[in-house]
Every structure is written in structure tokens, then in C-alpha cells.
Design a protein around this ligand. Sequence first.
Ligand code: ADE
Length: 232
Amino acid sequence: MWRADILTLYPEMFPGPLGASLSGDALARGLWSLTTHQIRDHGRGRHRAVDDTPAGGGPGMVIRADVLGEALDAVSVADDPRPRLYMSPRGRRLDQGFVRELAGGPGAVMLCGRFEGIDERVIAGRDLIEVSIGDYVLSGGELAAMVMLDACVRLLPGVMGASASGEEESFESGLLEYPHYTRPREWEGRAIPDILLSGDHGAIARWRREQALRVTRERRPDLRAASDDQPE
Ligand code: ADE
């Protein structure tokens, strides 16, 4: 089973959206597991303090290294084969390739930060891989962890019913997806492209590939496949 352990100050945020739909069904069917851990359980003193003022001064608060080290050690022992991820806007940007890599492994231990950040020493001291879900700043790592988990879980064996539906979608081919249509045949004066109703599967496949290339070139010329693969 693909196992996710989450360290957070807000365990009540989970499973959240992961408890519904595809990921929720997969969770109920035992295809993956989600366990949350309250970082504050390792807090210091009567108030279970987890953070302190930054060394050198400046705004905000920083989560303590000793608290996080202990919290991580309680979840993940030295021979745990799972990567330990720290959700952070400074991290390696999550993309479909990275998602595939993670989904193909045994799971993940995910640390969600709050405040200004965490003590830098924990990152090296516990081999944390920093992961960002995009170039914007969230108020904490929890939503980023959910995004990452959603993307991973749908790739696990048995999760997507018609597994073929994953292969042609955006990014799996390096291209954005071709446009989709369904009934009615005409809607508000807009018709379904004739070729899709022709029954010529070869022609339909070629049309879809051309459309995927066009959409990708127009919207995301930075995606490599858009420039690599010019149509005849
Ligand atoms: N925490 C705050 N912002 C984040 C981001 N963009 N990605 C991952 N974790 C975050």
C-alpha cells in the first residue's frame, strides 16, 4: 500500500478534499493510507511551543529544529524507504514527471510548515527534499501536500477505473490535451467538428494530435514537446 504520513500543526485539515471522489474512494478501498501527526505533540514547555523568533532578528516565527527532528523521528525511522518531503515555495517545482516518480515509490513523509519557515538545519539533518507546487506563496504547506497527494494517488494501480483515460491527458504525452466534445451535436450554433463524427479512427487520432500540438504551442510554448514535435 502507498503510505502517506503528514506532519502538520493542522491535522484537522486532512483528509479534506482527499476524502472525496477518486482519492477518497481509493482511501476507503485501502489502495493508499493517510496518517496525520500533530507537530505540537513534540512542542516544548507547558504551552507545547513549536516556534521561536528568528536568529538574527526579523519578522515572523521559525519552527524549532529540535521539535521537528523529534516529530520526524517519531514517524519515519532511518530505514524508511519513503522520501521525506518538505512543502515549501523554495523547493523543486512539482511536475507530472516528479508526480510519476513519487507515485511509483512506496509513499511519502510530508512536512507542512507554517510561519516564516523551519530551522534550516532540519533540512540537511533529516534529508528533506523541498517541494514547491508553484511560484506563489500559500499560508502553509497543507494545501500543497494535498495537491501533491491528489496528483500521486490517481496514478496508483487500481485507482483510475479506465486506466487508458490517464494516458492521453495533459502532460502525460508532454502536450496539453486536445479538445473534447459530447452531445448535443449542435449547441447554441456551435457544432461538433465533423471529423469526430466521421467514424474514421485514424483521421480522428491525427486530428487530436494536431489539436494537442496547436493548443500546446499557443498556450505553453515552454513545454518541450510543443517545439520538438512539429506536424507534417
Ligand atoms: N508552502 C507555501 N507555499 C508553498 C508552495 N508554493 N509550494 C509548496 N509549499 C508551500
